[in-house]
Each structure stands twice: as structure tokens, then as C-alpha cells.
Design a protein around this ligand. Structure first.
Ligand code: NAD
Length: 418
């Protein structure tokens, strides 16, 4: 499909092709799984504060629903396009299957720079987008969650818009919403916490101690900030963090709690905190560190810069941060890669907990959430590591092949309709 042909989609398909070839996946299934099951493109007219009407483009793509309702975040970013959303939806399918969650993959997005809109404009945009994708979403159908540029407030507006349409409260239509309307304890930090749990396992595999580990994090939003904070709480030294403007570096270690207080609560820019030397995102990726966590956008580590990376472990908080060419270079250098569909699966795992709690109307303690998250993601890590060792493939291929295999089994057992 021509509209899908973007670089992010090509990366997702190239990874899939490589895994499918290695596992000798049934040829008919390959054709189907390369493409999304359903793609909806919508126009989202929004009355701006100055009275003008601006029309944005929104998407919701369901890649696969053979194992259950589809699940995936909603992204607000100026570069959002159908190919990127479809790639992210495909990765969600493998991620949910790898973690053993009863979900297929989906993703949504609107091509918009959210920081340039007022809160009222964002609310109108979100509500109209939710109304346009209403036919596709629902607790048994497709359950959105936050991603880049969206948060718990966005989910609250979607939950309310959906509930207004059907006439009663439906908390299970989205996850990552505020606790007051059926959100789960521990969801906001879940992706970062999951990144930390698998990083601790990787450090153990390499006989490295967390107390001696240094960490650099690209992206200081939901995933990056929680990863940095929890890594520090575990005893690691966080030496650099960045956002879209660039980053700060302090080899003695940043006080992440203090930094977050200044950055998130008091609204200071990273540069204005003066807590470290200023550096570019490119320089951050090349820092000498034990753990590098890309937690921003896709395709940040490429054939051009991979050879300059000096980390021991690459924990992929972001989706698709590493190109195939970079993968090969990093493997030759002996970098231990914790692939995205494993490393950042904490978000969808706790989203699953949230959905289960909403459906049962019975809520769990934060300790239950953390323990169950750790159990599921740590066991996925060890299954992937064992698979990689037994089949002599990379951690990325092992994760993809395990996920794809579960989806393939579901398709073969259900059969082809009609
Ligand atoms: P976010 O919007 O909260 O934060 C994104 C961060 O990246 C911000 O600090 C932003 O300034 C920074 N950034 C944007 N463009 C950048 C660039 N070109 N260079 C460097 N930094 C840049 O988003 P998030 O929810 O933290 O998501 C980050 C990544 O993690 C995405 O790839 C997302 O798909 C993935 N992810 C998120 C979740 C989740 O639960 N939120 C779950 C799994 C994966």
C-alpha cells in the first residue's frame, strides 16, 4: 500500500521479514501480517481560540486482533503519518504477544504540534478525534493509551467523549487515565519501571553491579524521566538526560528528583537548571556509559552514529530507536541490546492490569501492580534470552520471533475467514 511506504514502516517490515525468514514463517501468513488489518484516516476540524477552524489529520490503525482486542497508544506529533502509525501498531502486536497479554496491536495519532495549542484547543481536538475513531474503539475492540505528546488528561477526555456517546461511564475504553476515573496506580511510571527491571536483569547477565553503572537517557518525557528516576533509586548514577532541545551532562551524577522538580513542577528548561554541562542529543548518544536509554523518537541510532556509541547496554525505551544497519554494527561491537518490544513493554503490561481492574471494578494495590509487572517482564526477559541463546539469534530477533510465533499460532488455529 503506497500510503504506508515511509521509513518507519519500512523498518518495521524489514525487521518482520528478517524474523519471518529465520523462523520460516508460512508464506500466506507473511503477506497478511506485513499489512495492518484496519486503517482509519480521519479529518479533525477544530475551532481554534481565535475563531478560525483548522483541520488536522488523525489515524487509528489496528494491525492484528487474532488474540484479543487491539491495544496501543495515541501520538500527537507534527511528523505523525499513516506509515509511522502502522509501524507502531505492528510493533504493538509483537509486544503484546511476547509479554503474553491477550491483545493485538494498534496505534493512533494526530499530525499536530500539541505544545502550540491551548488547553481548550487540545481538548476540542481530542474530543473530535475520539468521536471520529469512535466506530473502531471500545473495551472489547480496541483500547487506546498515551504515547508521545499525550497523557492522562488526553485519556480522560477520550474516556468522557466515548462515555457521552453510549450514555454511561466506560472506563475500560482507554488506559493510562487518571486514577479518579478508573486509572491504575503505577501506570504513569510503568514503562520506565519496566525499562529498569529488564536493565537490572541485563546488568546481572553481564556481571555488572547497578551501583557502578552510569546511565544516559535521551528524552525526558514520561518514559525517560521515570526510567532516570527509578534507575537512580536503584543505585545507578544518571549522568545525562535530554529533551528535544538538547541535554545536560554531569559525570558525578544528576540529582534526578531535584531536576524533575525544577523541570516538571517549576517549568525550568533543562539548560536553565544549570545542573550539568550542555550537550546535543547526538553527543548524548555517544557518551561513555554503562546503560544508554533512547526514550524519545524512532531511528535515532543509525548506520551513521552506531559505531560511535560507547554504552555496554542499550535499553530501548522508545519504539524503533535503532535502524537495522545500526543493529548489525552494535552487535559486532558486543553491545547488549534490550529490544524495544521487550524493554518498553511495562507500559502495556500495566495498561492490561488497568483494563482488567476496570472490567472487574476491583482495584489492586500499588505493591501488587509492581510485583506483577516485575514478574511478567522479568520472565519475558529470561524467555527471550534463552531463546536467543538456543537459536543463536540476537535479542531483537528472539523477541520478534517469539511474538510473531504466538500470533501465527492464533491465525492458524482460528483459520481463514470465510
Ligand atoms: P513524551 O511525549 O512524554 O516524551 C518524549 C520526550 O522526547 C520529550 O522529552 C521530548 O522533548 C523528547 N524528544 C522529542 N523529540 C526529540 C528529539 N528529536 N530528540 C531528542 N528528544 C526528543 O513521550 P513518551 O510517552 O515518554 O514516549 C517516548 C518514547 O517511548 C516513544 O518512542 C514512545 O512510543 C515510547 N513508549 C511510550 C510508552 C508510554 O507508556 N508512554 C510506552 C511504550 C513506549
Amino acid at each position: 500500500m503506497k500510503e504506508l511506504d515511509t521509513h518507519t514502516y519500512r523498518l518495521a517490515v524489514a525487521q518482520f521479514d528478517q524474523a519471518a525468514e529465520t523462523m520460516q514463517l508460512d508464506r500466506n501468513l507473511r503477506e497478511r501480517l506485513k499489512l495492518p488489518q484496519r486503517s482509519l484516516v480521519v479529518s479533525v476540524p477544530v475551532r481554534m481560540d481565535d475563531g478560525r477552524v483548522e483541520v488536522f489529520t488523525g489515524y487509528r490503525v489496528q494491525h492484528d486482533s487474532s488474540r484479543g482486542p487491539s491495544k496501543g497508544g495515541i501520538r500527537y506529533h507534527p511528523d505523525v503519518n499513516l506509515g509511522e502509525v502502522a509501524a507502531l501498531a505492528m510493533w504493538m502486536t509483537w509486544k503484546c504477544a511476547l509479554a503474553g497479554l491477550p491483545y493485538g496491536g494498534a496505534k493512533g495519532g494526530v499530525t499536530v504540534a500539541p505544545k502550540q495549542l491551548s488547553r481548550a484547543e487540545l481538548q476540542r481536538l481530542t474530543r473530535r478525534y475520539a468521536a471520529e475513531i469512535f466506530p473502531l474503539i471500545g473495551p472489547d475492540q480496541d483500547v487506546p493509551a498515551p504515547d508521545v505528546g499525550t497523557d492522562a488528561q488526553t485519556m480522560a477526555w477520550i474516556m468522557d467523549t466515548y462515555s457521552q456517546q453510549v450514555g454511561y461511564a466506560v472506563p475500560g475504553v482507554v488506559t493510562g487515565k487518571p486514577v479518579s476515573i478508573g486509572g491504575s496506580l503505577g501506570r504513569e511510571e510503568a514503562t520506565g519501571r519496566g525499562v529498569v527491571y529488564v536493565t537490572l536483569e541485563a546488568l546481572r547477565q553481564l556481571n555488572l553491579s547497578v551501583q557502578d553503572a552510569t546511565v544516559a537517557v535521551q528524552g525526558f518525557g514520561n518514559v525517560g524521566s521515570h526510567t532516570a528516576l527509578i534507575m537512580q533509586q536503584q543505585g545507578a548514577r544518571v549522568i545525562a538526560v535530554s529533551d528535544v532541545t538538547g541535554g545536560i551532562y554531569n559525570p558525578r551524577g544528576l540529582d534526578v528528583r531535584d531536576l524533575l522538580d525544577r523541570y516538571k513542577t517549576r517549568g525550568q528548561s533543562l539548560r536553565d537548571t544549570k545542573m550539568g554541562d550542555w550537550l546535543s542529543n547526538e553527543e548524548l548518544l555517544q557518551l561513555d556509559c554503562t546503560v544508554l536509554v533512547p526514550a524519545a523518537l524512532s531511528e535515532q541510532i543509525t548506520g551513521k552514529n552506531a559505531a560511535s556509541l560507547r554504552c555496554r547496554i542499550l535499553a530501548e525505551g522508545a519504539n524503533g530507536p535503532t535502524t537495522l544497519e545500526a543493529d548489525r554494527i552494535l552487535e559486532d561491537k558486543g553491545v547488549f541490546i534490550i529490544p524495544d518490544i521487550l524493554a518498553n513493554s511495562g507500559g502495556v503490561i500495566v495498561s492490561y492490569f488497568e483494563w482488567v481492574q476496570d472490567l472487574q471494578r476491583f482495584f489492586w494495590s500499588e505493591t501488587d501492580i509492581r510485583n506483577r509487572l516485575q514478574e511478567i517482564i522479568t520472565s519475558a526477559f529470561h524467555r527471550t534470552k534463552q531463546f536467543a541463546t538456543e537459536r543463536c539469534v540476537s535479542m531483537r530477533m528472539a523477541a520478534l520471533m517469539s511474538g510473531i510465533d504466538k500470533v501465527a499460532q492464533a491465525h492458524l488455529q482460528r483459520g481463514l475467514y470465510p
